[in-house]
Design a protein around this ligand. Structure first.
Ligand code: ADP
Ligand code: MG
Length: 288
């Protein structure tokens, strides 16, 4: 069967989300991609911290210490995020939301938070403030004002699910990108692999796997000659100030996305530790 290449692009989770698929006809490509985008929208409604009515924010609004049952998808992502937080001593931390909000405010006002405000937000972050109960598929928070944030892991997970949807429609030769996260299925019909252009120049290839890039070079605010990136260093409560680009290659998007963010915080020195926990994942970090 002759397959043609189709490319779509929409915005999801605040980023450009192109999908490339090979399909026997345009109508099949459109139908499958529509379903894939709507699956991503559904996940966004579950995991977004921007959307006031997301399932994630409902957990944050629950009374301190009260268990709240959540969807399978949200539970799984929270569980993966919490496990990575334990493995990295909190370098990756899904409870940094209060600090992320301060960073967004600093970006708007071009001023750093005052020490008391920063201190108060730091008290509302820390992965030990989030408890998970797999048996009940429930979450509870142990302090007032904890804001969960899955910005470092949810896009990779959403790409994984979009790929699954396309596969269900019979389209296995596909690539999905959400910002710095890319997930691919089978390669194009006439090629052994997908060719991926890299931000710093050059290219790489990818087949049935995920590649995520994270770092301080794209999103930052400059204050007093210092650049604070949108990734929080939980040790200071502020955005990363070192220049760093981290890349992770893994079998799935949730792993690549979260490990790239973790590696951006930990730096090159953290690679062996991440690789001990995640065999077969390739991590590369450029500093300075
Ligand atoms: P991007 O969102 O640009 O693709 P990342 O995957 O690295 O990049 O995720 C960065 C996002 O992760 C931030 O915007 C924020 O929502 C969240 N975040 C910030 N700091 C941390 C951290 N230390 N651990 C986990 N998530 C973080
Ligand atoms: Mg990430």
């Amino acid at each position: 069967m002759r397959l043609e290449r189709f490319e779509f692009s929409q915005i999801r989770m605040g980023v450009d989300t192109p999908i490339i698929v090979y399909a026997p006809s345009e109508s099949q490509a459109i139908e499958a991609c529509r379903a894939a985008y709507s699956r991503i929208s559904q996940l966004e409604q579950q995991m977004s911290d921007y959307r006031l009515d997301s399932e994630l924010n409902a957990v944050c609004k629950e009374a301190v210490g009260r268990w709240r049952r959540v969807s399978r998808e949200l539970f799984y992502v929270l569980w993966r995020a919490h496990r990575l937080a334990q493995q990295t001593d909190g370098a990756f931390d899904p409870t940094v939301g209060a600090l992320v909000r301060l960073w967004r405010e600093a970006r708007r006002t071009e001023r750093l938070p005052d020490p008391q405000t920063l201190q108060a937000a730091r008290a509302r972050a820390g992965y030990r403030l989030m408890e998970l109960c797999p048996r009940r598929r429930a979450v509870r928070l142990r302090a007032e004002g904890v804001q969960l944030d899955l910005g470092g892991i949810a896009k990779g997970y959403a790409c994984d699910h979009a790929l699954r949807v396309l596969r269900r429609y019979g389209l296995t030769r596909a690539l999905i990108q959400m910002g710095g996260d890319i997930v691919t299925g089978d390669p194009p019909p006439d090629a052994p692999a997908w060719r991926i252009a890299l931000a710093e120049g050059g290219e790489t290839t990818l087949v049935r796997g995920a590649l995520s890039t994270s770092g301080s070079t794209e999103q930052f605010v400059e204050i007093g000659g210092v650049r604070y990136a949108h990734i929080i260093d939980p040790r200071t409560g502020l955005g990363l100030t070192q220049l760093i680009l981290a890349r992770a290659r893994a079998r799935d998007g949730i792993t690549a996305d979260s490990l790239a963010t973790a590696a951006a915080v930990l730096g090159a020195a953290g690679i062996p530790r991440l690789q001990r926990h995640y065999k077969g994942v390739q991590i590369e970090v450029r500093e300075g």
